[in-house]
Design a protein around this ligand. Structure first.
Ligand code: ADP
Ligand code: MG
Length: 368
């Protein structure tokens, strides 16, 4: 199938999602310190003001609006063969997991991923007469620059002392080679050694999301708050095989010659590690400096997205530092180029979080 360039130049779009004040913050008597400028995708905090592609306020914008504006175009692009990435960025507790729908509660129905899955299968239903589909999912976590498989069928949670049989986070199985990120000769990034589940229904895909989410939240290697320091990546790969009749009507009779066309694209849905340790450098704001415990992936991601967003640099073929972390390496073929990227910066409106909120808005602003 012909790959036409995406209709609009939208290499990186940035949205802000402001959650409401939550229980703890209310109990502490926190005040709301983030203002949304009416009718504009603009947020103000203190004397700072930032404009983004979209702002979803704490007044409870319906989650369908965020899906339609941020993710639906990427799902459509999948069917045209374009890779895409949705990233949720923000400090721990800002609503990343809630926004993506990678949690294990009822809020997971309104998240981006459940809505992506719904739309995907609704669309497949309308096309499956003409097109043969193969859908795969993987769900991995990157922690301390190591890739862990959240869908490994052979791993049972070691902390499962009650023998409930629930699958837990994948502790490293002795003898099992570590998962490796590889690049094929035509630039396709693959994950060697991770579980790829073939799914044919919404229910099967939802089961993978649930299994991985539970695994992430409850696993035995989940020391303290590993999940806040790791990136969780749910990847949907869509392969399409279409048979096209190559007879042209001008030739008169059809002789039934068929050409097969193949398209493959993937969508990464990323619940990033908490950003609280990613501090910016001083006045130039061009590079993130590595702090004591800074997350390598967030650091590299900021630099990659900033390089991609800088149109002049991109046209000059400037170096995009994908190789600086596992996260950016894995996302390499789905960030930049013909692929679409949406970053959703998640923030708390509470005054006690003002400093981290400002950091998040600056990081997100740099991505534009
Ligand atoms: P993170 O993944 O960034 O650490 P969570 O998604 O776990 O943050 O959110 C922290 C808390 O805030 C959770 O209790 C979650 O249910 C709640 N929360 C987050 N976003 C919203 C929202 N938009 N509306 C209501 N509650 C939210
Ligand atoms: Mg989370």
């Amino acid at each position: 199938m012909e790959s036409t360039p995406p209709p609009d130049d939208c290499s990186v779009k940035v949205a802000v999602h402001i959650r409401p004040l939550i229980g703890d913050e209310r109990i502490q008597g926190c005040q709301d310190c983030v203002t949304v400028v009416t009718g504009k995708p603009q947020v103000q905090i203190g004397s700072h003001s930032f404009t983004f592609d979209h702002v979803y306020g704490s007044s409870g914008s319906p989650s369908t609006e965020m899906y339609e504006e941020c993710a639906a175009p990427l799902v459509d692009g999948l069917f045209q063969g374009y890779n895409a990435t949705v990233l949720a960025y923000g400090q721990t507790g800002s609503g990343k997991t809630y926004t993506m729908g990678t949690g294990c509660g009822d809020s997971s129905q309104t998240g981006i991923i459940p809505q992506v899955m719904n739309a995907l299968f609704t669309k497949i239903e309308t096309l499956k007469q003409q097109i043969e589909f193969q859908i795969h999912v993987s769900f991995i976590e990157i922690h301390k620059e190591e890739v862990q498989d959240l869908l490994d069928p052979c791993t049972v949670n070691k902390s499962d002392t009650n023998n409930t049989g629930h699958v837990g986070k994948v502790a490293h199985v002795p003898g099992k080679p570590p998962i490796q990120i590889r690049e094929t000769s035509n630039g396709v990034i693959t994950l060697a050694g991770s579980t790829e589940v073939s799914v044919s229904t919404l229910k099967e895909m939802a089961a993978c999301l649930d299994q991985g989410s539970v695994s992430r939240a409850t696993g035995s290697t989940n020391m303290n708050n590993q999940s806040s320091r790791s990136h969780a990546i749910f990847t949907i790969t869509v392969e399409q095989m279409r048979k096209i009749n190559t007879d042209s009507p001008e030739n008169g009779a059809y002789n039934g010659s068929l050409k097969e066309e193949y398209l493959c694209a993937k969508l990464h849905l990323v619940d990033l590690a908490g950003s609280e340790r990613a501090k910016r450098t001083g006045s130039d704001g061009l590079r993130f400096k590595e702090g004591v415990h800074i997350n390598k992936g967030l650091l590299a991601l900021g630099n990659v997205i900033s390089a991609l967003g800088d149109e002049k640099k991109r046209k000059d073929g400037a170096h995009v530092p994908y190789r600086d972390s596992k996260l950016t390496r894995l996302l390499q073929d789905s960030l930049g180029g013909n692929s679409r990227t949406v970053m959703i910066a998640c923030i708390s409106p509470a005054d006690i979080n003002a400093e981290e909120t400002l950091n998040t808005l600056k990081y997100a602003n740099r991505a534009r």
